[in-house]
Ligand binder design. Sequence first.
Ligand code: PMT
Length: 220
Amino acid sequence: AVGRPLAGRHVVVTSGPTREAIDPVRYISNHSSGKQGHAIARAAAAAGARVTLVTGPVALADPVGVATVHVESARDMLAAVEAALPADVAVFAAAVADWRVAEIAGGKLKKGAGGPPSLSFVENPDILATVAKKTAGRPGLVVGFAAETEAVVDNARAKLARKGCDLIVANDVSSGTDTFGGDMNRVHIVDAAGVETWERQSKDAVAEALVSLLARRIAS
Ligand code: PMT
């Protein structure tokens, strides 16, 4: 229907950072605020979709009318996304930690004669790639993001191929940009057909334009 082009569709969105524990009191994370991912969840709901938002720890309110699942680590986020499937569309806007500490200390690490601790890391599961490469139950449209500090479009193209998704929304997160945490974003839409650059606009406007693009694609 006009105005509700995603009526009857289920859309899963990830948003925010993940937190990877070091010990019971410390963690490793990143600067994602959840603003871009939450805006996509709101825009999809406004377009008539049933929306499941899987979010890491953020200071934002749960969007009205959106089933919101709160998680901490990348592994929790993957489990929550798997539990939310099947979906017609999945959008992965979360800034997921690529690595976690190999062994979470059971007690608080202490300052001491041994000097600072050394941490070793292991790779986290890639949630986007896991969903995009499913042979059974893959969402009709799988959308990733790419947060880059250099060669934004080239790196996004490489991610599109490596992760197996249908479309990548690429944005520049170099120091000096306010892509992490700010209210505005300039994105490049990268897919098999090529690249389209959208002028810097509010994250809400990016979300609305992305949702109408996805609604057109899922309909055709
Ligand atoms: O939250 P805001 O403050 O509004 O900022 C928005 C944003 C910059 C976080 C957002 O626009 C953005 O770029 N999100 C993706 C951040 C990221 O981690 O990008 P990446 O290039 O490292 O990852 C590529 C893609 O793989 C992303 O879709 C990511 O969600 C996904 N991924 C990455 C690692 C992993 N283990 N699992 C994943 O699913």
